[in-house]
Design a protein around this ligand. Structure first.
Ligand code: HEM
Ligand code: HEM
Length: 184
């Protein structure tokens, strides 16, 4: 029977986190490949995967943020200095913001230009927006540049998680890993 404080995030938050992380790790290389030279043979397939996985991620991210607002983060171990807590909290909200920006801009960029999202069509999900090429053009730029910010903040995030897991060994990593909370 561990204290609540020691158990970290609940299983729902953990599953959201790791499914999101996995999908983002697929989205970034697929997005880069499909917009690069040398992938002509599989470009259409890459786009289909990117748009379908991305639209799925859009729903997941909105559900996840809603869940986070209902279930606040568990308190950090006392050993984490106040400044680190502040930075961690800030980085987390920037990550949420960038996930929303990336998925919404990708969606608007796609349907706003009249392109299909094959996976959503297959599921019977209707297109939620009219065609709006000017907005789509702006969203294309937003999408293209926000991904650099996303990669930078993910880099800082993984560096911090590695520090906690490998050097400080203060239990912070165990707040999110493994994806299912252990009963103790
Ligand atoms: C976290 C989610 C996402 C990530 C990390 C991501 C990542 C990327 C990356 C790295 C590129 C290449 C950027 C470049 O042109 O240099 C890209 C392009 C693109 N993405 Fe995404 N994407 C995400 C979500 C979405 C979603 C939800 C859609 C549509 C439903 C989408 C549709 C597109 C399209 C159509 C392009 C081509 C961009 C253009 O040429 O204007 N993406 N994405
Ligand atoms: C190897 C990759 C990753 C590791 C090891 C990792 C590890 C962690 C850990 C240990 C926490 C809990 C921090 C705390 O106790 O306050 C956390 C939280 C979080 N992670 Fe990750 N993470 C990874 C990838 C990602 C990715 C790719 C994203 C988003 C694109 C992400 C977004 C978040 C967010 C938003 C939180 C805050 C959770 C909340 O308080 O609502 N993580 N991560």
């Amino acid at each position: 029977m561990g204290r609540m404080k020691d158990q970290g995030y609940g299983t729902t938050a953990r599953l959201f986190h790791w499914v999101t992380a996995l999908l983002v790790f697929v989205m970034i290389p697929v997005g880069i490949a499909m917009t690069s030279e040398g992938f002509d043979g599989i470009r259409d397939e890459l786009y289909i995967v990117h748009k379908g996985t991305g639209a799925t991620l859009l729903v997941l991210v909105l559900l996840r943020v809603a869940w986070r607002l209902v279930r606040p983060a568990p308190p950090m171990p006392d050993s984490v200095p106040p400044m680190q807590r502040k930075l961690a909290g800030l980085n987390h909200w920037v990550l949420y913001l960038l996930l929303v920006v990336m998925t919404v801009s990708g969606y608007v960029r796609t349907v706003g230009d009249g392109f299909p999202i094959e996976w959503m069509d297959f599921l019977g999900v209707p297109t939620l927006l009219p065609e709006m090429p000017e907005v789509a053009g702006i969203m294309s730029v937003v999408h293209k540049f926000s991904v650099y910010a996303l990669m930078a903040f993910i880099g800082a995030h993984i560096a911090a998680a590695s520090y906690h897991g490998l050097i400080a060994r203060d239990g912070v990593l165990g707040r999110m890993w493994p994806p299912v909370r252990r009963k103790n």
